[in-house]
Design a protein around this ligand. Sequence first.
Ligand SMILES: [Zn+2]
Length: 867
Amino acid sequence: MGDKEKLISDESLEATRNVAKKETFIKLPWYFAGGFLVFWALLFFAIVIPFFYRLPTPLTMEDSNKSVFITERAYNNLYTLANIGNKLTGSTENEIQAVNFILNELESIKSVLLTDYFELEYEVSQASGGFAYSTMLNTYQGVQNVVAKLSPKNSTSVTYLLINSHFDSKPYTNSAGDAGFMIVVMLEVLRVIATTKQTIEHPIVFLFNGAEEGMMQASHGFVTQHRWAPLCKTVINLDAGGSGGRDILFQTGPNHPWLVKHYKESIKHPFATTMGEEIFQSGIMPSDTDFRQFNLFGNIPGLDMAQCINGYVYHTKYDLIDVIPRGAFQNTGDNILSLVRNLANATELYDIEAHKTGHAVFFDFLGIYFFHYSEATGIYLNYGVAGATLILIFVSIWRMSSVSKVSICHVIRWFILVFVIQIISFALALALPTVIAYVMDSSGLAMTYYSTPLLVVGLYVCPSLVGLSVPTTIYYSLQRNDKLPNPYHLQLALHSQAILLAVLAAGVTYLGYRSAYIFVIPLIFYVASLTLNLLTTLHDRGYSWSGLLKASQIAPFLYSSYVIYIFIVVLTPMGGRAGNISIRDLYIAVLAAVGTILCFGFLVPLINSFRRPSFVIFALLAASAISLYLASSTQLGFPYRPKTSGQRVQYLQVRNMFYEYDGTLSKDESGYLFSYQDRRGASPFKGTKVNLTGLVGIADRCETHMMCGMPLYDYRFYQNRLTLQWLPRSEPIVPPSDFHFELLNKTSVNSTTMRYWFETQGSNHMSIFLQTYEDAKITGWSFLESYLTNTQPYHVYLTHGIDARPFNFTVDIWKSDGDFDVPAFQLGCSDHRVQDPGDAEAVKFASTFPSFSILAQWPVLYKRYIF
Ligand SMILES: [Zn+2]
């Protein structure tokens, strides 16, 4: 510190001391403290929210000669595509009508193609194959892709750009947003490029895939089998986890930072966050996209983008065109058009491997500006800022000691005390919202904010602010220290907050997370204001330093509240389909608390620069209490609303038929198998017309039966098997007449191995479950062999697209004694008629559910055999 000491002469120190003495640290009246917090709340509501939802003006046909993306055309296309209705893989709507719609559009684009510049070829391709996914083997037959390639005239280039989305639907939805929206965006982007006199370097492959919703089969088919796939060097994957709003870039690379550079160069309306990428890849989002398939099976890096707001309608019958604002088409259209053009000219495509140089850190600021840098730069930056924080704080403490003539050890002692108090504030700011979430959840009041997101402010943000402010406020009201003036004490509290953030930034960086940048942003601005305050000696003039500090925190406040808001908007509707076990309130409470600490950490201690800061705390407590009351005792806190944010209730109408080794039917039951998609489960139906008497768990069956003796054909059903519930019904479900399962033959491979030949045919979605008895082993089969290393029971999920021929398969069973005259294995076959609303009794039962519930129901025939 010797050098620094010399910088300030004794004279100037003496002058500063005099100023410090003269200013008796005038505190502003108490209502300024309230106004102070209201100011920051206003910043959020008047700036962050409008920017978050800001969309460009949609363009109409009047602009169609300008070589720009025309919303009107895309909108009209989506109207046609969505009106086809539900497009389940294997249905006529998907395999014929939707495919023909896309082919017609491609034909019309070809008719206006600039043939001096481009060539356009397209085809419908079929694929069959299989891959392991989670606990199951996904096997498919004849799923369809419409593939179009736009090449520069006479091009012999062997490096293509791929752009993908899917047109198929989940059951019971027209899937306008997921992902019809992206399909029509792709069509319009193709049309604009094909009709603009602006050449491209690399051919562009537009992949319109017809099987994503049943576990991403069509993209797997393309990437493993299509002749163009090995030439595709980069992919732009487009999908949806919601509907409308701005498209978010939520996954990149992996390990290809140049992609982010091109995103920045070209994108008109940036919206992206590294934190999203890290959260998505951690697996807490109950979703996956085709991006995975291109990466895993084709080693194709790229950009994964999606619609992310209004996840309430995702995969429901309310995913309709009317909930999508036209500005959203323009936003995504502008982005994809410029991104495709840019990447179609990117030189990196010639040698992708050479540009595999690590991860990138990236994020946008309010959709206005996009920042990105390499992970390595991020590491230096984070440690650098953390280090600078410590140095500057030391300089500040030294200044305090010289100005107020108190020994430095004394100041450090106070600092340690204030630091401990700040840690308590930090802990309380996290703990109070968490406790509220936990108590609400345990009292059966989960997800009260589901349809009223504003409640998050009262339920979690206000208590977090109380936690953040109480310890420091108590400390400042009690401490009487004549030697070190109050403004200095207050700065010590802010320094403590800075040290905590520095430790977090360094720790999170050390653990390898790029998201550490969210701690660094407020810190950089704090360090900057502290530097300026020290240089101008405002640091030593009463509360004069607080002006610069407040001004410097505006930008980080806007950013932190923006990024946390993104996650609350995305994760809240996801809680509606995260299953019965997951306590989603805790996620939201912790997010809100982290947001509060990031936004207000440097601001809340400043209420002590006003008179009677306790008034502010009482106001916050009152706001929390009112919100708790509204959430727990009024209709506002009821999570669901008809049509816009309903409760997802998924159930199957199951007919279980169990056959023994001798062929006798030992069990035949019909009932409804419930999978509650959220934390409230069946409780909202109490007191309604829904008769759930007789509802039982199936956990005990899991101990005695393969796959719990139920057709658990979705890997998530199996994961959540202990929360599934069974409601028997008296009237048996009539099995579909075209279902067929047969053991065709048994042939001996050698003295210890028998080959079983099977044939099955049914609807477009079926499953085979297999489990051997103790003395038998499966040594081979006609499905993907590598899956056999998984643990039993095996689950083969069968999907067919346009090719509805029977599935024929063989299974080789090995027994040491070669005795195949006793039971060797169990085999279950289920046929999921996902497109069928069910029989009269099921329809009547469904009609008893109240209007706030969104039903997904379909009949399943499950036959279990022993061979
Ligand atoms: Zn989708």
